[in-house]
Design a protein around this ligand. Structure first.
Ligand code: PLP
Length: 386
């Protein structure tokens, strides 16, 4: 294969394109993780990350993927056999259910069609029927479907049911890209990781922790050691970790948080909403269908596009990669072959989206999918609006 000139277009919904500024920060020489310089770095990033979660409370940082942060949230707060309420919004909600079941939790998994988010009314009903439910687990942005659940409304439904369950929210693909408010929405554990809206490579997992979650941790008996919040929070007080921390990713985090602050979170969120709108405009103009069915739940960070039955979405993705050096997200779980996902999050601007949608349109045409070529023009009109 000839050398592919130009940059690869990484348009999967995470890991996302890492800005050069962050790559340069990560490439600094590793420092002593027990020295004063590290302590200053750790204290700085542990404080600076809080506003991104919308919290003034502690954020635990693990050298892990998002899956580790899921496990940490559960083992720190629950006991074997505890009942938890979860919702089948897509592939990642299903994986989290599987993990919880493996840990010995009793998961009440509300079935879903993978085209809608969590219904706050169902949350309220389930809680009224289940006084023994200990936690409600919600995936804020289902990366497999491009559907964003309405966490503030879910919180309201929990309050109206006057139920003491903990609220745990997975923000793996929403944090730093979609408006999120840990404290204001009364979330007890917010789970996240580094490789999407936080503009970093994979490798950091996060738990933002409420006071109620810390109280639950005092009585939780699921086995935990590495994931235990207490020794980490105690060491963090002095700017250290109980194990060797991912020093260079923390250099990167300091830089990416500075970038988010420079742009301003409200602008970051508005940029993502605009790019999502332009993308949906293209999809509709092509004559194709967006997977998400509820206007209130369209994801600002990715769009899952249904392909006509007689086409295989993965073959279209392979063609686009081969021909245009661009990666799109695959259909996961029961959506395999049925959708491709366009990631429009992170280090991304209008011209990146124009290029991305151009590549998708050319790929669809080459694959013989019957589309109306006005899609790209319609999207450019949204992007170029005064
Ligand atoms: N939750 C969501 C919403 C995700 O999108 C992902 C991964 O993409 C995960 C959890 C799992 O994270 P990881 O693959 O980093 O373990």
């Amino acid at each position: 294969m000839p050398y592919p000139a130009g940059r690869h277009f990484l348009q999967i919904p995470g890991p996302t394109n890492v800005p050069d500024r962050v790559l340069r920060a990560i490439s600094a020489p590793t420092i002593d993780h027990r020295g004063a310089e590290f302590s200053t770095l750790a204290r700085e990033v542990l404080a600076a990350v809080r506003p991104v979660f919308g919290t003034s409370g502690p954020v635990v940082v693990y050298p892990s993927s998002g899956t580790g942060a899921w496990e940490a949230a559960l083992v720190n707060t629950l006991r074997p056999g505890d009942r938890v309420l979860a919702f089948e919004t897509g592939h990642f909600a299903t994986l989290w259910r599987d993990l919880a079941t493996t840990l010995g939790l009793d998961v009440d998994f509300v079935p879903g069609d993978w085209r809608h988010g969590v219904d706050p009314e169902v949350v309220g009903r389930k809680l009224r029927e289940g006084p023994d439910i200990k936690a409600v687990c919600v995936v804020h942005n289902e990366t497999s479907t491009g559907v964003t659940s309405r966490v503030a409304e879910i919180r309201r439904a929990m309050d109206e049911a006057d139920h003491p369950a903990l609220l745990m929210v997975d923000t793996v693909s929403s944090l730093g890209s979609i408006d999120y408010r840990h404290d204001e929405w009364g979330v007890d554990v917010t789970i996240s990781c580094s490789q999407k809206g936080l503009l970093l490579p994979p490798g950091l997992g996060f738990n933002a922790v409420s006071e109620k979650a810390l109280r639950a941790a005092a009585h939780a008996t699921l086995p935990r050691s590495y994931w235990d919040w207490q020794p980490i929070l105690a060491a963090n007080e002095r700017g250290f970790f109980p194990y060797t921390p991912p020093t260079n990713l923390l250099f990167g985090l300091r830089e990416s948080l500075a970038m988010l602050t420079e742009e301003g979170l409200p602008r970051v969120f508005a940029r993502h909403r605009r790019h999502a709108e332009a993308t949906r405009t293209a999809v509709h103009a092509w004559g194709l269908e967006v997977l998400c069915l509820d206007e209130r739940e369209h994801s600002p960070v990715l769009t899952a596009v249904l392909v006509p039955e007689e086409h295989d979405a993965d073959k279209i993705r392979a063609l686009i990669l081969d021909r245009f050096n661009m990666s799109l997200g695959t259909g996961l779980g029961k959506l395999t072959g049925r959708v491709f996902r366009i990631g429009h999050l992170g280090h991304f601007n209008d011209v990146s989206l124009a290029g991305t949608l151009g590549g998708v349109q050319m790929g669809l045409e080459l694959a013989g999918v019957p589309i109306d070529p006005s899609g790209i023009t319609a999207a450019l009109r949204v992007l170029g609006a005064p």
